[in-house]
Design a protein around this ligand. Structure first.
Ligand SMILES: [Cu+2]
Length: 67
């Protein structure tokens, strides 16, 4: 499965790495592509292992908002 999260509040490379790291750490997430300019985060995942809600929580735990 693939989903696109709309993440608000990322401003620099460190933000990008924080979000990428938090999502990549979730079991079931295989790839994460962050577009810093638009805030779009494309996640490829196994829906039997992880939910979009868990991804949102992981991003929010890093201090960013998911629209
Ligand atoms: Cu930053």
């Amino acid at each position: 499965m693939q989903t696109t999260l709309d993440v608000r509040g990322m401003t620099c490379g460190h933000c990008k790495m924080s979000v990428e790291g938090a999502l990549t750490n979730l079991a079931g997430v295989s790839t994460v592509e962050v577009d810093l300019a638009t805030g779009k985060v494309v996640v490829t995942y196994d829906e039997s292992q992880v939910t979009v809600e868990q991804m949102q929580e992981a991003v929010e735990d890093q201090g960013y908002d998911v629209a």
